[in-house]
Design a binder for this molecule. Sequence first.
Ligand SMILES: Nc1ncnc2c1ncn2[C@@H]1O[C@H](COP(=O)(O)OP(=O)(O)OP(=O)(O)O)[C@@H](O)[C@H]1O
Length: 287
Amino acid sequence: METTTMIQVKELTRTFKRFTLGPLNLDVERGIAVGVIGANGSGKTTLFRLIMRLLKEDTGNIQMFGLTEENDEWKGKIGFAGGLLDAYDFLRVEELKNLISRWYPAWDEDQFLYFVNRYKIDVFERFGKCSKGTKKKLEFVFALSHNPELLLLDEPTAGVDLVSQRKMKEDLIRFMEDGTKSILLATHEVDEINQLCDEIVVLDRGRVMHRYNKDDIYDQWARIWVSVVNDDLIHHPNVIHYETAPPQIVTNQVEAIQEIVQKNEMKIQHIQRLSMEEVLEYLIESN
Ligand SMILES: Nc1ncnc2c1ncn2[C@@H]1O[C@H](COP(=O)(O)OP(=O)(O)OP(=O)(O)O)[C@@H](O)[C@H]1O
């Protein structure tokens, strides 16, 4: 039977002179799209490079598709877009395609041609001469053109024009459609979280601080105006933020707050669900 865990990261650490990633644990299950968010420098790219074995960990381990460490079949099952092609600046896009397609037994030439047409990419241009956005689109196209089971995308739409961004999101939704594939996506884009991700992992200073199901965020995160903000609310673990004038709190667990309010014989004046943008700001800022 096919394994249900695509990526299993255990107690991973990697230290640079001025930054330590981990110890970090992270699972990505089959059929799930996981968004990784975090402030600049929180370790997203470092994590992706460790998963791709472009960097060596100091401690811990990473298991891909349930395979043993010696078995490198996982490489063919992953589509990676993370700024790796710059070493090939001297090649024309078509030459680069010829090279990359040889790495992947499941390369799909028709798919590639469909994508270069869809994203209006000139295959005779030298990779080094392509614009920043075109390079991003090309990495994305290469990643998708060999029928991967898992996409590892590091800010795939950064610098990409709006029309192409929309198309990339459509292509990713289509990629996830049959329920057997997964995505790990580092992003600063709220729309990508909203439209693509099932779960959100928040990185801060190299560690996973939170992991949320997106639907739980929609259900449970709210701003609540109350009759008074007392100590029970101020110190409550589910209160993320409070203000006293007018009295209001932001929570990640509406029911817990309703209980406290009832117990203290206070009143809820109004409840307003937060937008995903507000939630992500709180998640990144609160660390
Ligand atoms: N090869 C390296 N040598 C030394 N420090 C490094 C190296 N690679 C990354 N770092 C440091 O690791 C930290 C995390 O960087 P990383 O690029 O992983 O963050 P990020 O979350 O992807 O940031 P951004 O959102 O800006 O892309 C930074 O402080 C960076 O300077």
